[in-house]
Design a protein. Structure first.
Length: 253
């Protein structure tokens, strides 16, 4: 639940941004952004309109007569890669799914992001079920992307920068197993890439990474009011205090 952060806000006791990784765990290149992450984050968010449900108005991909897609642009910036009709999905948990969704939907090559639940023991859980901690689900985002524009490994590069993978069952003020850091792989190739990415990230992070890498069994979409949450609720306290600073830190807004 998010009520605790509202208490911090009203009492003026919020000393750090919830959902953002603590400074001491920050990768050495995170402040400036590595060259690879800068290439991934060509979508800075200004072109995303809440009225279009998070779609990049005027910058979406259009099919050509030969079945290929036009050069992908976000806010008028070319990514240097040509989009295709093929898509893949990634399911990632990095704390509050409102935060995760807001980050990844701003990346060039990401076609859609859906908030949901994975890794639990019951079917079709509700938000209240998951928040109880009794179902074992994690809050996750299912990211549909064009691998010709952005690869699974690139998404994971942003994943490590966008949260603190060293805190067990916690991101900032959000505490509970539903906020655990987890990569749900969908085939052996995704598993291999995830394990290699975690190993590379660990070389840059002094504290042990606790991110789980586990097979995806099921993805359950979250309730409609959770979808595209930041774009539709930019002035909400949680968005102002937790999500917006994260996006600015990652140079996505």
């Amino acid at each position: 639940m998010r009520t605790h952060i509202l208490l911090f806000i009203t009492t003026g006791m919020l000393l750090s941004v919830a959902c953002a990784p603590p400074e001491q765990h920050e990768r050495p290149t995170a402040r400036q952004g590595s060259e690879r992450v800068q290439a991934v984050t060509t979508a800075v968010g200004n072109g995303i309109d809440a009225s279009t449900g998070g779609k990049r108005d005027g910058n979406h991909i259009n099919e050509t007569e030969n079945g290929r897609m036009d050069e992908h642009t976000v806010n008028g910036t070319e990514t240097g890669k040509t989009a295709t009709t093929a898509t893949e999905t990634a399911v990632l948990g990095a704390g509050c799914f409102w935060c995760v969704e807001a980050v990844f939907e701003r990346l060039a090559g990401v076609l859609s992001v859906e908030a949901g639940y994975s890794g639990g023991t019951t079917d079709n859980p509700t938000y209240e079920d998951v928040c109880s901690g009794g179902t074992g689900h994690a809050e996750v985002a299912r990211i549909t992307f064009d691998p010709a524009v952005i690869e699974f490994a690139d998404l994971l590069e942003m994943f490590w920068h966008a949260h603190d993978p060293t805190t067990l069952n916690r991101q900032g003020a959000d505490v509970g197993t539903q906020y655990r850091s987890v990569i749900f792989y969908q085939d052996e190739e995704q598993k291999r890439i995830a394990e290699a990415s975690r190993a590379a990230a660990q070389k840059q992070i002094p504290d042990p990474i606790v991110t789980e890498i586990t097979a995806l069994v099921a993805f359950h979409p979250a309730e409609e009011y959770h979808q595209d949450y930041y774009n539709r609720n930019r002035n909400a306290p949680y968005c102002q205090v937790a999500i917006r600073p994260k996006l600015k830190k990652l140079r996505l807004e």
